[in-house]
Write a protein that binds this ligand. Structure first.
Ligand code: NAP
Length: 482
């Protein structure tokens, strides 16, 4: 399949028009080849203001439509996403290097979120509260929050957008999307499908360009009532500070540092399979990737041996190839971070059980899937997000040690537990300060369940019925009927 199929200039979508082709552009680079595959406008404050204005105007009518009308448009979008699955998946793979089979899976998850929220919008129930006074009727009405600013990361350019756009639109909000500069094309293609689906102008808007300018305007403009952000904890903290001025509503899906705990009684083959899937999905560049693996001493050596065998079998290749399991890192600085983390660990006594080298014959940004042993908490890899294909394995003696090590981090997004002993599993999970737990399961996230983190991994949840709540305000109405 040719990699050079989408070299064209794209616009920003504001008030139902594709505009901005006259603006200076930003390049979108394929991390496999480092070639330019498209250009997007370098939008900023002015374009963001226009998009917010359009969304604010459109909100008046959109918020008055019924959940059934909105659901119908979301269903249409769901169908269009599935009809265009191959193009969306290919765009994603070309712009951010996700192995093509994983990209297809992400498009399926987009469709699934749209389908779910098309229905969930119909279940936003108000309340009637028993009154303390015969002359009073007490009700809670539910209202859409208003204009939503949605800022998304590069590593799930479609999935993270759908988890925001689906519930926001279903609830009756309008939206201004700011995709990552590394991977804006997938979001642009989804917005093209919104246009085809027939969303009224101004309901969905998209601005690419300077994150500082776009972000600052989204935060400073009082017409934006809510920000939903997925990205690094560092930027999330900046947004919290900026939100104070207007008490702007915030949902934050931030970084993680996921521990995997494998107890002596675990099914080793299953634990190996799932912990490999978790650590190396999207080339180790997911917020819920297994970042550190703690294995109890009774099975440690056997686990490491089998884990290395499984990692050796992963095919590192150009992500567009069907057989690719592992692709490139997103860019040079991500690659350098991986190299630094491995060097730091080795310098402090870690042993490279497999990998540990760049694969320059495949391209500038490729790195071998790597397994490290003899690791300990002093190593950067054991407490900072590496965001690369590295699996460090540490031997532990007890459940208590596992829980203490697992919780010794400011993050609290996902954790994984492997044991066939129900009692041990339950007691261990009760101790873990994490928003998502995979018990004998390396890939727990799914549309109908809440996804999000404790501690510095975020605020709020996406997915499931909880995922629509951040887009709704409760309005208490006390009616005097005397
Ligand atoms: P990032 O650098 O924080 O960027 C995320 C988004 O924020 C991008 O669109 C970026 O735009 C924008 N941005 C950057 N600075 C900003 C500012 N000052 N104001 C407003 N927006 C700003 O994160 P990333 O590298 O794209 O994504 C990786 C991170 O996301 C990892 O930490 C990962 O764990 C986390 N993540 C979390 C989840 C979750 O559900 N919890 C899911 C996926 C990823 P530009 O690209 O234009 O700079």
């Amino acid at each position: 399949m040719s990699q050079q199929t989408i070299v064209k200039s794209y616009g920003n979508y504001i008030n139902g028009e594709w505009i901005g082709k006259a603006l200076p552009t930003r390049e979108v680079i394929n991390p496999v080849t480092n070639e330019v595959i498209g250009y997007v406008p370098n939008g900023g404050t002015k374009e963001t203001k226009e998009a917010i204005e359009a969304a604010h105007y459109a909100f008046r009518e959109w918020s008055q439509t019924t959940a059934y009308e909105r659901g119908k448009l979301l269903r249409k979008l769901h169908e269009l996403v599935l009809e265009n699955k191959e193009e969306l998946a290919k765009t994603m793979t070309l712009e951010m290097g996700k192995p093509i089979r994983e990209s297809r899976g992400e498009v399926d998850s987009v469709a699934s979120f749209l389908d779910w929220y098309a229905e969930e919008g119909k279940r936003i129930y108000g309340e009637t509260i028993p009154s303390h006074n015969t002359n009073k009727r007490l009700q809670v009405w539910k209202k859409p929050v208003g204009v939503v600013g949605a800022i998304t990361p590069w590593n799930f350019p479609a999935g993270m957008l759908a988890r925001k756009m689906g519930p926001a639109l279903a609830a009756g909000c309008t939206i201004v999307i700011k995709p990552s500069s590394e991977s804006p094309l997938t979001a642009i293609k989804i917005v093209e499908l919104c246009e085809q689906a027939g969303f009224p102008k101004g309901v969905v808007n998209l601005v690419t360009g300077s994150s500082q300018e776009i972000g600052d305007e989204l935060m400073a403009n009082p017409k934006v009532r809510k920000i939903t952000f997925t990205g690094s904890t560092e930027v999330g903290k900046q947004l919290i500070e900026q939100s104070a001025a207007q008490v702007k509503r915030l949902s934050l899906e931030l970084g993680g540092h996921a521990p995997v705990i494998v107890l002596d009684d675990a099914n080793i083959d299953l634990a190996v399979r799932e912990a490999v899937a978790s650590a190396f999905r999207n080339t180790g560049q997911t917020c819920v990737c297994a970042n550190r693996i703690y294995v109890q001493e009774g099975i440690h050596d056997q686990f490491v041996e089998k884990y290395v065998e499984a990692v050796k079998a992963l095919n590192v290749a150009n992500s567009i190839e069907e057989s690719a399991d592992i692709g490139p890192l997103i860019n040079k600085s991500s690659l350098n971070k991986v190299i630094e983390h491995v060097e730091d660990a080795v310098q402090k006594g870690a042993k490279v059980a497999y990998g540990g080298e760049r694969l320059q014959e495949l391209g500038e940004n490729f790195y071998q899937p790597t397994v490290l042993c003899n690791v300990d908490s002093s190593m950067i890899v054991m407490h900072e997000e590496t965001f690369g294909p590295i699996a460090p394995i540490q031997k532990i003696s007890s459940i208590e040690e596992a829980a203490t090590l697992a919780n010794d981090t400011p993050y609290g997004l996902a954790a994984y537990v492997f044991t066939n002993n129900v009692s041990k599993g339950m007691k261990l999970i009760e101790k873990l300060e994490y928003g998502i737990i995979g018990w004998n399961d390396g890939v727990p996230s799914t549309t109908q369940a809440p996804f999000g983190g404790m501690k510095e991994s975020g605020v709020g949840r996406e997915g499931g019925h909880e995922g629509i709540e951040p887009y709704i305000e409760s309005q208490f109405v006390s009616i005097n009927v005397e």
